[in-house]
Design a protein around this ligand. Structure first.
Ligand code: 1GP
Length: 252
């Protein structure tokens, strides 16, 4: 298995300081529409694309990925709700282990089921520790995963989970409050984790403005993800440009 996409992300982080990665949800777009958003994201200065959602209602995942790949040269990375999202048209998949929870299926069970398929199609797995942080209300990911999030005011617990993930050999830590969350991951928690961690931090969930994205980067995030706020725009081009410009302007 080659790890080209991961190496590309690491190279980009070294070059730019931090990366902007929009999340595209095939359930919220037509196949043509999602291709157009992907092209606009590249034009806006995004560094890669995540594709996925917590529930895929329509049977369009493969077609959407094909269309996205046709429309952009950006790295396209699957953000799986579940592991039946394995698909050869992406460059890589965030191989998420929900380390903040104690649901064995999401720690290792789903991985065992999907690993042979990944191997056959040659889809690059990026081993990622997925850490759900409380936003104060129950999110879809919390409910669907049947796990408890890490309390917002407990950075020590978050540090212990992130360090364990790094020591196990995971390559990224994804700090998440859930798609559409009313609050993003607290800056203090990102700072605390980044002060002890060597692997890059992705931050997503509830990020609504470029200023908020900048404070995540200044706190130590290397990759910022936005999904819901883009879906709320009639045309998200300008907002993606603002996010990309703001995130790339932070000198770490
Ligand atoms: C969700 O982190 C992503 O898993 C993005 O969250 O949709 O709230 O931007 P939002």
């Amino acid at each position: 298995m080659k790890f080209e996409t991961y190496q590309k992300l690491i190279g980009l982080i070294e070059e730019k300081g931090a990366l902007y990665v929009p999340l595209l949800d095939p359930d919220k777009n037509t196949v043509e529409g999602i291709g157009e958003v992907a092209a606009k994201a590249e034009e806006a200065g995004a560094d890669a694309l995540l594709v996925g959602g917590s529930i895929i209602v329509r049977n369009v995942f493969e077609d959407s990925l094909k269309q996205i790949k046709k429309s952009t040269n950006l790295p396209v990375i699957i953000f799986p709700g579940y592991f039946n999202y394995v698909c050869k048209y992406a460059d890589a998949i965030l191989y998420l282990s929900l380390v903040s929870g104690r649901n064995p299926d999401l720690l290792i069970g789903e991985h065992v089921k999907s690993a042979p398929a990944l191997n056959v199609i040659g889809l690059e797995p990026i081993s990622t520790a997925y850490m759900l942080v409380s936003s104060g209300v129950t999110t879809s990911v919390e409910f669907m995963s049947n796990t408890k999030p890490i309390p917002r005011e407990k950075p020590d617990i978050a540090i212990a989970h992130a360090l364990a993930a790094e020591f196990i050999g995971m390559k990224l830590v994804y700090l998440e409050t859930g798609s559409g969350a009313n609050q993003s991951v607290p800056d203090e928690m990102i700072k605390a984790i980044s002060s002890v961690l060597s692997i890059p931090i992705i931050c997503g969930g509830g990020i609504k403005t470029p200023d908020e994205a900048v404070s995540k980067v200044k706190s130590g995030a290397s990759i910022v993800v936005t999904g819901t706020i883009l879906e709320k725009q009639k045309d998200c081009s300008n907002l993606m440009k603002e996010f990309a410009k703001a995130i790339h302007s932070v000198k770490k």
